[in-house]
Design a protein around this ligand. Structure first.
Ligand code: HEM
Length: 302
């Protein structure tokens, strides 16, 4: 919760109105989990964690959650699972993805699939296209995922206990300030899979016949003032009744000028330079560093 909350609520509402199918979905199998998440959020988490913003109050329509910032009321009993996702999507500045053990590996261990979501701020992918898929397919474009993470990931997921929260953060540079991005923030290689990856027509892939020319063109188009440092704070926890996993992330966008004002320009420049030198050098390509890297590093160092 921060001073961007009011603006974010408006952005979230308008993204939802403009891209309804891309932002909200609940497969039948995930309905009980979505209702469980909603009930916990409105009756417990929100009013206890942010009591000045969300207050449980008796109204002529029964108990409701009052959002004191927008002066609107959230029902305790949503009309449907989709209505519950819509309500969370508008009133909480966090995107939610629900995962369920929908298939089984050869050794009998569960494989988690994405089965419902309220994502207003995807960082360059189509959540709708990923819905129903297992984690491995969802991460197919991520370099190093299949080699370094995939095998341990499902085991790790299966072991997350109720009451435990796992957290991770990520960062990249986007060349625009659009919070809703269903493509264009990444470039895809075929390093791990040995087969082409579906790019939803907005994302450049290694297989593109004009790749070098397209990269040069995109490099010329980069305007440093339009670039943003984009970070996500991601959490993962298990719901006690349905045992579904909730993957939630809050997105932060900073102007590069703000980063410099904090004296962190050289630190970020170093991190960008390090992208291509880490344990997964293809990350620099995936994050489109080959497009925005030069101009952004020069700006941050001067
Ligand atoms: C905590 C375990 C997880 C790890 C270690 C992980 C790792 C990664 C990494 C390294 C990336 C590349 C960009 C970045 O750094 O964020 C990524 C992208 C992504 N992750 Fe995860 N992830 C995790 C959980 C999840 C879960 C639970 C979902 C739920 C569906 C998810 C969905 C995605 C999506 C949609 C992308 C973008 C892929 C694309 O470019 O199409 N991740 N993940």
């Amino acid at each position: 919760m921060d001073n961007t909350y009011r603006d974010r609520m408006h952005i979230r509402r308008s993204v939802m109105d403009e891209h309804r199918e891309a932002t909200l979905q609940c497969n039948d199998v995930a309905e009980p989990a979505v209702l469980e998440l909603y009930e916990w959020m409105v009756t417990t988490y929100l009013p206890k964690r942010f009591p000045k913003v969300y207050k449980l109050i008796e109204t002529p329509l029964g108990l409701q959650l009052h959002n004191t910032v927008s002066n609107t009321y959230l029902p305790i009993q949503p009309a449907s699972p989709l209505a519950a996702l819509e309500c969370l999507g508008e009133h909480v500045d966090t995107d939610f993805l629900i995962l369920l053990p929908s298939s089984t590996a050869a050794d009998g261990s569960p494989i988690y699939h994405l089965q419902a979501f309220a994502t207003m701020f995807p960082a360059g992918f189509s959540t709708k296209d990923k819905c129903g898929q297992p984690l491995a397919s969802i991460h197919a474009p991520v370099p190093g995922y299949a080699a370094k993470l995939e095998r341990s990931m499902d085991r790790f997921f299966a072991r997350i206990e109720v009451g435990r929260v796992v957290q991770r953060t990520n960062w990249s540079i986007s060349t625009n300030d659009r919070l809703f991005s269903d493509g264009g923030n990444h470039m895809y290689g075929d390093v791990d899979q040995g087969k082409p990856i579906d790019t939803n027509n907005k994302t450049l892939a290694v297989g593109n016949p004009d790749l070098d020319q397209k990269i040069e063109q995109q490099k010329r188009d980069v305007v440093v003032d339009d670039c943003r440092l984009r970070c996500e704070r991601q959490t993962l926890h298990r719901l006690p009744k349905t045992k579904a996993l909730v993957f939630a992330f809050k997105t932060y966008l900073y102007r590069l000028e703000e980063v410099k004002e904090e004296g962190l320009g050289p630190v970020l420049a170093e991190a960008i330079e390090g992208l291509g030198k880490g344990s997964v050098p293809d990350m620099a390509f995936y994050k489109r560093g080959v497009v925005w890297g030069e101009k952004v590093i020069e700006y941050l160092n001067n």
